[in-house]
Ligand binder design. Structure first.
Ligand SMILES: [Mg+2]
Length: 296
């Protein structure tokens, strides 16, 4: 039988759910996620993080707080390249779309580059299965990191060229041997992600719909939430595929783009522009929890 909940949540993790400073999820957010899930609101994570990060920072605290029987949470990781489902009993198998992985020789070269030149400020994320991510150490200041990140990104681009791989960083395209640009170097505020150009939050959104459909769930509408420009791709995909969607931007300091769907920021809840990241995420989760309690 098909169920049609009034809305579903598709959530970026770093920023709106996990603090970009501590990288942990505060207990009240865990409680709200559980209450929303238990009330029949589908909660799906759509993150660039690895399955291991989501298992540790989100799944384990949710299980520890007590996941009700029958609640299934889907986590789409590495921007759509990997995904898994968890219940109170733990994580199911991790699915990996191998075609979307960066070549092993490239990851090996980047791992070596980080350990020889950048190890004091960054680390190579060994938990990624398809992407290469190099992240700022928590104890390093973000300003210092952001300066070095540009050098690192330029070196990563040269490694791509040396291996005959085509890559793009922001607007700078360097085609590979066969004139293609198959990879993207994506600087975020705390990491650089290197990935197939086919990965993205839009791919994650399409997988989210597929996973829910498989559970017999067809939401009447969606809320997507993120802290980066690239997170709008979730709402773009849903809108283009005829789903009703509103996007919550928890860090609108880069400006709010013109889109054919509703965009919400903390101001919508009557909060000031200083309410960002997981403070804004928490406020919206409270709002959705209230909506989930309203009589239908
Ligand atoms: Mg984020």
């Amino acid at each position: 039988m098909e169920t049609r909940p009034p809305f579903a949540l598709l959530l970026d993790v770093d920023g709106p759910i996990a603090s970009p400073v501590t990288r942990a999820v505060r207990p009240e957010i865990i409680t709200l996620l559980l209450e929303l899930g238990a009330s029949g609101i589908p909660v799906v994570f759509n993150t660039g993080r690895s399955d291991a990060f989501i298992a540790q920072q989100v799944m384990e605290p949710m299980i520890a707080a007590g996941m009700p029987d029958g609640l299934r949470i889907h986590a789409i990781c590495e921007k759509g390249a990997t995904w898994f489902t968890f219940t109170g009993a733990g994580a199911g198998p991790v699915h990996v779309d191998r075609e979307l992985a960066v070549p092993g020789e490239f990851s090996d070269a980047i791992r070596a580059l980080v350990s020889s030149e950048y190890a004091d400020h960054m680390f190579f994320d060994e938990t990624k299965r398809a992407m290469v991510s190099v992240e700022q150490h928590i104890e390093v200041s973000n300003d210092v990191y952001r300066g070095l990140q540009e050098d690192f990104d330029a070196e990563a681009m040269s490694v791509m060229t040396r291996l005959g791989l085509g890559a793009v960083r922001l607007d700078h395209h360097v085609p590979g041997q066969d004139d293609t640009v198959d990879y993207r170097i994506d600087p975020t505020i705390i990491s650089t992600d290197i990935e197939s150009v086919r990965l993205g939050k839009d791919l994650g959104a399409s997988r989210a719909c597929e996973l829910l459909r498989h559970d017999g769930i067809v939401p009447q509408a969606w809320f997507t939430m993120g802290d980066s420009r690239t997170d709008y791709a979730m709402a773009d995909w849903l809108h283009h595929n005829d789903h009703e969607v509103s996007h919550v931007d928890v860090r609108p300091e880069d400006g709010v783009p013109e889109k054919p769907y509703e965009i919400l920021t903390a101001g919508y809840l009557g909060l000031g522009p200083e309410v960002i990241h997981d403070d804004a995420g928490l406020a919206f989760l409270r709002e959705w929890r209230k909506a989930s309690l309203a009589p239908r």
